[in-house]
Ligand binder design. Structure first.
Ligand code: CP
Length: 329
């Protein structure tokens, strides 16, 4: 089946002996970027190149996952991630079932493990899981034969978001090594920030975290990043700025005096955007809180690649499903 998928892709790199996925990809699960090597990350990005090319054809479907069943199990809300995993699975010819917390028997007291084991008993091959608890995907991956793909677990990791961010940077700037990336906002509660930090550092970027000290503790420096509380000093030096929203749903107390204060000190306002280099990319994983972490016109401006991130998410998620689904087979 996967050989057929490769033939259909006709992308060369996927099937050539030196790049064969059995030697370059051995994981049934994608749980985070912390455990991936630079080689593995680059292999996902290369595989995504092939799938992006497939997306330009008249017939955008390949048979790589024909006969497989993917369960999209989202215990937290999502627009982009859930939709693009669903579309990615359709494009790979998999059968897809969507389950949310409110429509599952989790509401009747069933445990996550029992729910997942029942899905596996129904021959689900791939489980895409978004959960509010850090470690939930790892917990299931250790117990299921099915592939488990982390679609965001608490404030821990959001690996496919970081992979699509890396893909978008590489697409626009031609490289990642040597670039200076500023991640701005609520870092403490952000799974996107963590996955981006691991991925960017592994691929040789310089990373500066910016935000209120309560949301960007100096503890992060131990990961190999820089920390700054002065956004106006960082913006002129950045090649990429990635804005993150305030994750009110994860915060148990107030971390700054109010939104007005936050915008004044850390918002990418129209005035502040003038400090950026002309070729600096403006990124945001979404959902955007327009007028808070980023001005609405700046979010839609010429330097913004926010919708390219969403488009690239489809190719990246096709690559992840193709690679992990192939190992679980
Ligand atoms: N970026 C992201 O994870 O968006 P969703 O919450 O809409 O999936």
């Amino acid at each position: 089946m996967f050989a057929a998928g490769c033939r259909e892709l006709q992308a060369g790199s996927l099937c050539s002996p030196e790049n064969h996925m059995t030697t370059r990809w051995t994981r049934k699960d994608l749980l985070g970027l912390r455990e991936l090597s630079a080689e593995e990350i680059n292999f996902v990005l290369e595989t995504a190149d092939a799938f992006k090319q497939v997306g330009t054809r008249e017939i955008k479907k390949v048979p790589a996952l024909r006969g497989k069943t993917l369960v999209n199990f989202f215990v937290e809300p999502s627009t982009r991630t859930r939709t693009s995993f669903e579309l990615a699975a359709f494009r790979l010819s998999a059968d897809v079932i969507n389950i949310s917390a409110t429509t599952s028997s989790l509401t009747k007291g069933e445990t996550l493990k029992d729910t997942a084991r029942n899905l596996e008993a129904l021959h689900a091959d791939i489980l895409v899981l978004r959960h509010s608890s850090a470690g939930a995907p790892q917990f299931l991956a250790n117990r299921l034969k099915a592939s488990v793909i982390n679609a965001g677990d608490g404030a821990h990791e959001h690996p496919t978001q970081a992979l699509l961010d890396l893909y978008t940077i590489r697409e626009h700037r031609g490289k990642i090594a040597g670039l200076h990336v500023a991640i701005i906002g609520d870092i403490l509660f952000s799974r996107v920030a963590r996955s981006n930090i691991f991925g960017l550092l592994k691929l040789g970027a310089r990373v500066t975290l910016v935000g209120p000290s309560t949301l960007v503790p100096r503890e992060f420096e131990k990961l190999g990043v820089e920390v700054s509380y002065k956004i106006d000093d960082v913006l002129p030096k950045a090649d990429v700025v990635n804005l993150l929203r305030i994750q009110h749903e994860r915060q148990r107390r107030e971390y700054f005096p109010g939104l007005g204060e936050y915008i004044r000190l850390f918002g990418l306002t129209k005035e502040r955007a003038k400090l950026l280099k002309p070729d600096c990319l403006i990124m945001h994983p979404g959902p955007i809180n327009r007028g808070v972490e980023i001005d609405s016109e700046v979010a839609d401006g010429l330097q913004s690649v926010i919708l390219d991130q969403v488009t690239n998410g489809l190719a990246v998620r096709m690559a992840v499903l193709y690679l992990c689904g192939g190992i679980a087979a």
